[in-house]
Design a protein around this ligand. Structure first.
Ligand code: GLC
Length: 634
């Protein structure tokens, strides 16, 4: 007896029937059909994008052979994709906006700090459940130099297909991804595409003089071109890694190294670089990675006479990578790391017809939130929220307070100028505030890339330390501690209110403090970002269950908020979210509208009681907040 088992769908979502015999095995013809169907799925998907893909690719590279190689590479990647992942692609194709759901909450973490290694993370999956996490961003874990002074926290990759041995193996990563999927958790991984480590096999071959390998990077014999580049190219790390080029004495060559000297910029003018890097990205997607974080993506195309950031060619490349995913692994999303002002960030969403990134960091909002904490004035934040109010609903922001990087003060200084603030003194004020230099500030942070001549120092520190929890604990000041915890909870409530996906920086949910130990570690002391990259102390973390402890209070409050968000559709990412007037510049008001329902939220950015003009809110506590459901301002 033959039974029909609906097994897969073709690219248009139609079900394809597969025959199964009475013993439950697929018949020969079924296996053949399956193969044909698979081929058809790929062809149909490719056909949909082929013209655009070819136009974009040839417009950039004008190289038929390279284009054909690219298409073959896509086909190979599709063929290698596991059946379980293909099925997931199909399920997600049925519901492409699944990640807009109000239960999406993310957490980013360093595997080694969170649980030692990948197996350790797998053993801790219950913690994600406890925290309501549906998406985990594993910080760089691919092979990179052991010497931490040459690895940039894993952002100097020496092998895109190998996991750092101390963290486990590719198989461990696949197993972890599989376990996450079974629990409905998506896995995000960095794809460091602007550069490789100097230990990558291409860099090693280039160092040995292989001209093909050298053509994958920017190699020069003298300073003529590098100096010309330097005329217009800003510096990323002016203090810790000045200049955009490095002279290597052993080779007698100058290499473009925009970030650190041990991170060699890849030359994307060479189509083989793009082909191989896309192949690497798809390789990771085929290991079960659901969200690919395109690290430092604005920097990938360089051109003399420009700033070498956000050039039109970057957008072409990202669009092609988006198409590559739609063809090979349509369930996979691209998260762009564009740490810049809104006018530079928004184009990375592409257009509705030609999307580029599916998700982007809400970076200016994040910096504006911290500005509001230091100034106790929300006008800049309101202005920023208005800028992004009408971003199309397919464009999803990641909302966050802290991440592994520093906070850069890329604020709208034209707007601040209306109130008499100017850039350099304002940045200094913010840095003084958050490093606790300003009288009365309870914050404890450290500067990053503090350069006298640039006057553009950035800031490091954990949310808890920046909110004053560290100082209050040290001083044993109960009242200050309550205030600091309230501020920390209020900020979390805010990122849970904004439109998009809230992403916690691991440890923030239990109020982890700054880790000053980094300054004793020779490999890490030069980089103050390490202050907020401490190890999770699981023994201490047990206190999270005791609400009489500061940690328990914070954790309990944040979890309550996450649960409320999860069970309330008003927090869906397709909601219309916008700021409203509260009658007091210390208090931010926001409304959400979704499915005919409304919600009002208010956040007090000051340590005082404030009487708002909103009747239903009235007086609000120091650093207090309210979520009022079913209520709008009118
Ligand atoms: C990104 C990362 C940062 C790293 C840099 C260089 O900006 O977030 O941590 O230093 O890329 O790869």
């Amino acid at each position: 007896m033959l039974e029909a088992w609906s097994y897969a769908r073709d690219a248009d979502g139609r079900r394809a029937e597969i025959e199964i015999d009475s013993k439950g095995s697929k018949t020969m013809s079924a296996v053949k059909n399956e193969k044909q169907n698979r081929r058809r799925v790929f062809d149909v998907r490719l056909e949909k994008y082929y013209e655009e893909l070819k136009d974009l690719y040839m417009g950039l590279y004008n190289d038929e052979e390279a284009f054909e190689y690219f298409i073959r590479m896509l086909k190979k990647s599709y063929r290698e994709r596991k059946q379980s992942l293909r099925e997931m692609d199909i399920r997600r194709a049925d519901n492409p906006d699944m990640h807009h759901s109000n239960d999406m909450v993310g957490m980013m973490l360093y595997t080694e700090n969170f649980a030692g290694d990948l197996k350790g993370v797998k053993d801790r999956l219950d913690y994600f459940k406890e925290c309501g996490i549906k998406y985990v961003h594993l910080m760089p874990l691919l092979d990179s130099p052991e010497d931490s002074a040459r690895s940039d926290g894993g952002y100097a990759v020496s092998d895109f297909r190998k996991v750092r041995p101390d963290l486990g193996t590719m198989e461990d990563l696949e197993k972890l991804a599989g376990s996450c999927h079974r629990r409905g958790i998506r896995v995000c991984l960095d794809f460091v595409m602007n550069h490789t480590s100097e230990d990558h096999e291409w860099a090693k071959a280039a160092r040995e003089g292989d001209p093909l390998a050298q053509s994958r990077y920017y190699f020069y014999d003298d300073w003529d071109i590098p100096s010309a580049f330097e005329q217009t190219m800003p510096q990323v790390f002016p203090e810790t890694a000045p200049g955009n080029f490095t002279f290597f004495e052993d080779m007698g060559k100058i290499v473009m190294t925009t970030f650190y000297p041990f991170q060699w910029d890849l030359n994307y003018c060479n189509p083989m670089v793009f082909n191989d890097m896309t192949d690497n990205m798809l390789y990771l997607a085929n290991r079960g990675i659901d969200i690919v974080r395109l690290d430092a993506v604005p920097y990938i195309w360089k051109e003399l006479g420009t700033k070498c950031r956000n050039l039109p060619q970057v957008h072409t490349l990202v669009r092609i990578m988006n198409i590559a995913c739609r063809v090979v692994c349509p369930g996979v999303l691209l998260l762009g790391e564009v740490v810049m002002e809104p006018s530079k960030v928004l184009p990375y969403f592409g257009t509705e017809e030609r999307p580029e990134c599916d998700m982007l960091y809400n970076v200016t909002t994040m910096a504006s939130i911290w500005h509001s904490m230091a100034t106790r004035d929300v006008r800049l934040l309101v202005h920023q929220l208005r800028q992004i109010e009408y971003v199309p609903s397919n464009c999803i922001f990641q909302n966050y307070l802290r991440c592994h990087d520093d906070i850069g003060w890329g604020l709208d200084y034209d707007f601040l100028g209306l109130f008499g603030a100017t850039e350099a003194p304002h940045k200094k004020y913010l840095n003084d505030w958050f490093t606790g230099k300003w009288q009365g500030s309870p914050s404890r942070g450290e500067l990053y890339n503090d350069s006298e001549w640039m006057q553009d120092a950035r800031l490091c520190g954990t949310t808890a330390s920046l909110c004053g929890i560290e100082t209050a604990l040290k001083e044993g000041d109960e009242e200050a501690l309550d205030r600091a915890i309230a501020a920390d909870v209020m900020l979390h409530a805010l990122i849970l209110t904004l439109r998009g996906i809230p992403v916690f920086y691991s440890g923030d949910e239990i109020g982890m403090l700054n880790d000053y130990g980094y300054s004793d570690d020779p490999g890490r002391q030069a980089d103050s970002r390490n202050i907020h990259r401490g190890k999770m102390d699981w023994e201490h973390a047990e206190e999270r269950h005791d609400t009489s402890t500061p940690m328990g209070k914070l954790f309990g409050e944040i979890q309550k908020l996450v649960n409320t968000r999860k069970t309330n559709e008003i927090f869906h990412s397709d909601a219309h979210v916008y700021p409203v007037n509260t009658g007091d510049n210390r208090v931010l008001g926001m409304e959400r509208e979704y499915g005919g329902k409304k919600m009002l939220a208010v956040f007090n950015f000051s340590p005082e009681f404030v009487d708002t003009e909103i009747e239903t809110v009235g007086r609000i506590e120091p650093y207090g907040f309210r979520w009022l459901f079913g209520i709008g301002r009118d």
